[in-house]
Design a protein around this ligand. Sequence first.
Ligand SMILES: Nc1ncnc2c1ncn2[C@@H]1O[C@H](COP(=O)(O)OP(=O)(O)OP(=O)(O)O)[C@@H](O)[C@H]1O
Ligand SMILES: [Mg+2]
Length: 251
Amino acid sequence: MLEIRNLHARITGTETEIIRGLNLTVKAGEVAAIMGPNGSGKSTLSYILAGRSDYEVTDGDILYNGESILELEPSERAAKGIFLAFQYPVEIPGVATMQFLKVAMNEQRKARGEDELKTPEFIRLVKEAAGDLKIDPEMLKRPLNVGFSGGEKKRAEILQMKLLAPKLCVLDETDSGLDIDALKIVSDGVNALRSPDRAVIVITHYQRLLEYIVPDSVHVLYKGQVIKSGDKDLALELEADGYAQIIEAAA
Ligand SMILES: Nc1ncnc2c1ncn2[C@@H]1O[C@H](COP(=O)(O)OP(=O)(O)OP(=O)(O)O)[C@@H](O)[C@H]1O
Ligand SMILES: [Mg+2]
């Protein structure tokens, strides 16, 4: 589903290379965890997948269902089912969360050649999904993410993901800032999306999340490269021993 080949990328307009020859394959149906020290390039990779213009790819390719997405705009990538839940969700003053969700869902439907959702149907879907995530419907009247607590922002990201039902979901540290109950609720939300035709990439620092969302593969990112891949036991090793050994072995 996703194949990243020898990817090199730098900050647009500079010589600063952040992704330095990264290879990663994630199959449909797979949940892949990406771990790695602070500053190793995990968020940068997620931004590049989403198509943010702050970064430019200088070499390599990103194939999504066999086709390069490098030339696609962020909106085109979203229309193809690529979704990124941000490490730091963006506040959108002046746009009520409900309104944002409606536009996002209808854009996606349009891209698939489907009719716009009727308002009652839309409200039913949102209420159901918000209920599953224990999100107070009153919150959805507020501007998106503005004044939301850290955990509320993360839940709002998962709400968007549930409603858009993307094919490739990238979750950047969705667990950070969540209380214990919310961690469980959000994990259930992600697990409910697991399906043979969907892939999920979870970026996390903690094995704890991976007890709830059990990954099929674990990849360690360091200095813009995947330096080790393994199964869920690799996360346990990291938890016990830290990164030093793996970094040394890869050097
Ligand atoms: N626009 C930018 N200008 C300067 N440096 C940048 C920029 N974007 C990213 N970097 C640098 O690139 C490196 C990778 O950053 P990134 O946010 O991808 O790390 P990360 O693996 O997500 O870390 P964390 O675990 O702390 O979230 C960091 O050293 C960061 O300072
Ligand atoms: Mg990050």
